[in-house]
Design a binder for this molecule. Structure first.
Ligand code: IPM
Ligand code: MN
Length: 349
């Protein structure tokens, strides 16, 4: 298995070290070796070379690796964060990773900010469309910097794009014992683009009669997620709404440090990253929570067909959380490296 590892910027570097530790530990336990190739792309590399991503970078990721792991990107020394756009969004687009898979699972009741919610109440997955929507960078600024400025950012919704993510959500539900899917959009206000979501959702739902198909407008969904998260099983939505509600989801599971994600094109080289950002003020201070990164590594192992290895990593994180062996953001007293060591030591067959 060849895995490209891009630690990136800020705490992405700190948490990626721990994810790599977990991958090596699970490799030792299961007698498997992983060929991890570290790629230096990030703000430092850009500031030194002027290159965000080498011109053959995407082809290299796609053709030479089985999976890609990214820590986090973003640095105040690159004010427009163009390196982050090229490396993170570029990889999503160029590798056509149309599924952004973000499980929201509360591992311990005490991590949930909502009163009296148990681990049974917070256990859903979000499928975020990852290759179009408002992220396509179509638009422009007219008379920029003046009082007459006009700024346009177009949202692209295609039949192919909407269909493949909705289809994936239903397929996932039917193969993972999930009973209901909620599609969320803003078709009451965005009557053109989101009418397509309505149409396709109804069309695909007919093919899965065993799965309950619901719809909520995005504002109502935000309300319901806080009032009663237990009603959600699978959520499917567009790129921007998925970005926003998965931060809300991260809050429900104990914060951004706990949240994992996969950027997938089923059957092709896919990319895995914690949901957290680069958090420049925390970088290098041994305080970042590595669990989201380690859980993202578990998603990667699972995607690579190593389900027992993935389960062993998940179980180790679960055990560390239960034992209170975590960083301060989740009420523990360990540093990033110590939490990572503890989790690596808890990986068993
Ligand atoms: C995420 C992040 C990115 C996004 C940023 C860094 C561009 O917030 O992965 O959720 O908006 O997709
Ligand atoms: Mn985000």
């Amino acid at each position: 298995m060849r895995i490209a590892v891009i630690p990136g910027d800020g705490i992405g570097v700190d948490t990626t070290v721990e994810a790599v530790k977990a991958i090596r530990a699970v490799g030792d336990v299961f007698g498997r070796s992983f060929d991890l190739e570290m790629l230096p792309w990030g703000a430092d590399y850009f500031l030194k070379t002027g290159i965000t991503m080498p011109s053959d970078g995407y082809a290299m990721l796609r053709d030479q690796f089985d999976a890609v792991f990214i820590g986090a990107l973003g640095d105040p020394r690159v004010p427009d964060n163009r390196h982050a756009r090229d490396i993170l969004l570029g990889t999503r687009f160029e590798l056509d990773l149309y599924v952004n898979y973000r499980p929201v699972k509360l591992l311990d009741q005490r991590l949930c900010p909502l009163k009296e919610r148990t681990t049974q109440d917070v256990n859903f997955v979000v499928f975020r469309e990852n290759t179009e929507g408002l992220y396509v960078s179509i638009g422009g600024r007219f008379k920029a910097g003046t009082e007459d400025e006009v700024a346009i950012q177009e949202e692209v919704n295609t039949y192919k794009g909407v269909h493949r993510i909705i289809r994936h959500a239903f397929e996932f539900a039917s193969t993972h014992g999930r009973r209901s899917i909620c599609m969320t959009d803003k078709s009451n206000a965005m009557a053109q683009g989101h009418a397509l979501w309505q149409r396709v959702f109804k069309e695909v739902a007919l093919q899965y009669p065993g799965i309950e198909a619901r719809h909520l407008y995005i504002d109502a969904l935000a309300l319901c997620l806080v009032q009663n998260p237990a009603q959600f099983d699978v959520i499917v939505t567009n790129n921007l709404f998925g970005d926003i509600i998965t931060d809300l989801g991260a809050a429900l599971q104990g914060g951004l440090g706990m949240a994992a994600s996969g950027n997938l094109h089923p059957g092709k080289t896919s990319m895995f990253e914690p949901v957290h950002g680069s958090a420049p003020p925390l970088a290098g201070k041994n305080v970042a929570n590595p669990m989201g990164a380690i859980l993202s590594a578990a998603l990667m192992l699972d995607y690579l067909g190593l389900a027992p290895e993935a389960a062993a990593v998940d179980a180790a994180v679960q055990a560390a959380v239960m034992a209170g062996h975590g960083t301060r953001d989740i009420g523990g007293s360990l540093g990033t490296a110590e939490a990572g060591d503890r989790i690596a030591a808890l990986i068993h067959r």
